[in-house]
Every structure is written in structure tokens, then in C-alpha cells.
Design a protein around this ligand. Structure first.
Ligand code: DAH
Length: 348
């Protein structure tokens, strides 16, 4: 066969080539461009070509060589883009994980506390976060100049009220305000807990925050006794911290209860042996409580000759910190997924 025709056939072959794997491209490259390949062989035979044909044959071989090189690059890149596309998924790759959310630990603890008290007949009630002096202080028996008003650094929203130049729109500093809201609307028997957000004008640190959560409890009926208060809170402590927990009551003071107490539980970190968290006492304070002051009943339209009651209030963050042994309050507010993910099993 005439050499020119032979080269023309190779050109056609290179043009028509289609491949399905990188190995086939390599075979093609070696067949044409390899040391013993077709193209070096053609250049070898070039010497025998008569002078008057040299120009034409030379051009033809070069065309073939360039074409083969182009096709090799082109076929390689075509294969690369199909393998990263959808035609050839790599079935050995690990699957994409399902990212499920989780309840915030504060919600989990709040729900658990609600469920413990609802088992003994407490309902849930809520009140507004933006409050007034009456509901947060006055009707809870804080006298106008009582030092207890200073105990809580309050966020006031309106500097001065027209009525009496005392600040009258404020963010509630405790959920005890919901006691007042409930008593306004309802006569005894009252047995309710009130979870919610509270606000205090405090510098943010590992142990204090300007926003946190509390749960308030209120029980008013005929013949409610301090013994019932103790037993109710003892039941709560055992349900929440487990049957081995011990409790103790220490005398305290709140304007809205008389007598008042604080309840401690066995230190959850050292089990009562003494450590730096419980300051080597073996006890941790978890809530304030007491018998509703008869003045509070009277201010809120409840007959204090007929009824008595008890109340208690606890901080949810504080209890969550003990339960999960988290020692920095700020972690609960930062929405850092690395922190929150650790509570994923508590979803339901
Ligand atoms: N309101 C109190 C506080 O924020 C907590 C508290 C103490 C609530 C005693 C009560 C109670 O109902 O009886 O520190």
C-alpha cells in the first residue's frame, strides 16, 4: 500500500477512536507514540521516500503525530470528568451522615423538672418577661425601700413612670412574679409551677449571666404545711438526682415567704465527701423556698385566715450544671455545636 494512504488510514483510525477506560488511552498512546510505535516507525521509513514525495509524506506524518497527541489529552480529560460526574459513583465511599438536631440541655432539664412535678398534680403556668413593679416586688411583700430590692440588680425599661416617679417597666428578675399573676386570676386550690426566663443586670462570668431560667413552684390550699413542702422537695430531689441523694434545709430569708429556707443536696461531684465544687461541705444549694407570707396572700386577694401555702424557686442552669457537670454557665448561651452535640441523645 502506498505510504500516504497508510498514514491516511492511521489518521482516520485516530479520529474515530473511542475509549471507556484510561488503560485503553494508554494502549493507544503506546501503539502510536511509544518507542516501537507506529509514528517512530513511519519516521524510520521516511528515509526511503523519494525526494519529490518527502514534503507531502513529512507533512502527513506530522499531522498524524499531532492528532494522536491531541486525542490522548482529550480522551484522558473526558474520562476524568465522567468519573467525577454522576455516571460512575464510587460506591465504596462512606454515606453522607444525617444531621439531626438535639434539645438544648436547658430545655431537657426544664422538661424533666416539669414532668416530675406534673406527676404530683402541678400544672404549668407562664407570665410575661416584661413586668412591672407590682408583680415583681410590691405584691410579693418587698416594701418600697426594702434592701431586698437591691439584692437583685434590675433592668428597668422606662426610666421614670409618670405616676410616682418610681421605675415601673422592668424585666422580671425572678419567676416569682408568676405567683402574683396566678393568684390574681385563680382562687385556691392552686398547685402550679412556672418555668421561664429571667433577667438581672449582672456582669457575665462563668458563674453569673444576665439572662437565665428559673422554675417557680406555688401550692396554696387549706392546711398546707412546712412538712408537705419538705416532702415535696425531697421527692423532687430523689426523682431528679436519684434515690441516693440526701437533702437538708437551712433557714434563710425571702420577703415573700415566712419562714424561709434554702435546700441543699448531696454534692453531685464528690458524692458528699467534700471537694472544691462544694467547698468541702459535701452539700450544694439548689433552691429557695418557704411558707407563703400571709401578706402576699392578702395582697393578692386570697383569704389568709383560710389558706396557707408554700413556694419554691430554682435556677435551671444551676441544676443543669450539676447534672451535666458543666462548670461554665456561658456555654449554655453560646450555641456552639461542639457543646450542644453532646446532648444529642436527649432528643426526646
Ligand atoms: N425568687 C427567688 C430568687 O430569685 C427564689 C425563690 C426563693 C422563690 C424562695 C420562691 C421562694 O418561691 O419561696 O432568688
Amino acid at each position: 500500500m502506498d505510504l500516504l494512504q497508510e498514514i491516511e488510514n492511521y489518521i482516520q483510525e485516530a479520529k474515530d477512536l473511542s475509549v471507556s477506560s484510561p488503560e485503553e488511552v494508554e494502549q493507544f498512546r503506546v501503539r502510536f507514540l511509544g518507542k516501537k510505535g507506529i509514528i517512530p516507525a513511519l519516521f524510520g521509513r521516511f528515509r526511503e521516500v523519494p525526494p519529490e514525495q518527502k514534503r507531502e509524506v513529512g507533512q502527513s506524518i506530522n499531522t498524524l503525530k499531532n492528532l494522536v497527541q491531541e486525542r490522548v489529552t482529550e480522551l484522558k480529560s473526558a474520562l476524568r470528568s465522567t468519573s467525577s460526574g454522576h455516571s460512575y459513583p464510587d460506591l465504596t465511599l462512606p454515606g453522607d451522615p444525617w444531621l439531626t438536631g438535639s434539645r438544648h440541655p436547658i430545655s431537657t432539664v426544664r422538661n424533666e423538672i416539669i414532668s416530675i412535678f406534673s406527676r404530683i398534680g402541678f400544672t404549668v403556668s407562664e407570665g410575661p418577661e416584661i413586668e412591672d413593679d407590682q408583680h415583681v416586688f410590691s405584691k410579693l411583700n418587698f416594701p418600697p425601700d426594702h434592701p431586698a430590692r437591691d439584692m437583685q440588680d434590675t433592668f428597668f425599661i422606662e426610666k421614670e413612670s409618670a405616676a410616682d416617679s418610681r421605675n415601673d417597666v422592668l424585666l422580671r428578675t425572678h419567676t416569682s412574679s408568676v405567683q402574683v399573676r396566678v393568684m390574681e386570676k385563680q382562687q385556691p386550690p392552686i398547685r402550679t409551677i412556672s418555668p421561664g426566663r429571667v433577667f438581672r443586670n449582672e456582669a457575665i462570668s462563668a458563674r453569673a449571666h444576665c439572662i437565665f431560667h428559673q422554675i417557680e413552684g406555688l401550692y396554696i390550699d387549706t392546711d398546707v404545711s412546712f412538712a408537705q413542702l419538705k416532702q415535696t422537695l425531697f421527692y423532687f430531689a430523689r426523682e431528679f438526682f436519684g434515690p441516693k441523694v440526701n437533702t437538708r434545709f437551712r433557714p434563710s430569708f425571702f420577703p415573700f415567704t415566712e419562714p424561709s429556707a434554702e435546700m441543699d443536696v448531696t454534692c453531685q461531684i464528690c458524692g458528699g465527701k467534700g471537694c472544691n465544687v462544694c467547698k468541702y461541705t459535701g452539700w450544694l444549694e439548689i433552691l429557695g423556698c418557704g411558707m407563703v407570707d400571709p401578706n402576699v396572700l392578702e395582697y393578692n386577694g386570697i383569704d389568709n385566715e383560710k389558706y396557707t401555702g408554700f413556694a419554691f424557686g430554682m435556677g435551671i442552669e444551676r441544676i443543669a450544671m450539676l447534672k451535666y457537670q458543666v462548670n461554665d454557665l456561658r456555654l449554655y448561651f453560646e450555641n456552639d455545636l461542639r457543646f450542644l452535640e453532646q446532648f444529642a441523645t436527649d432528643l426526646w
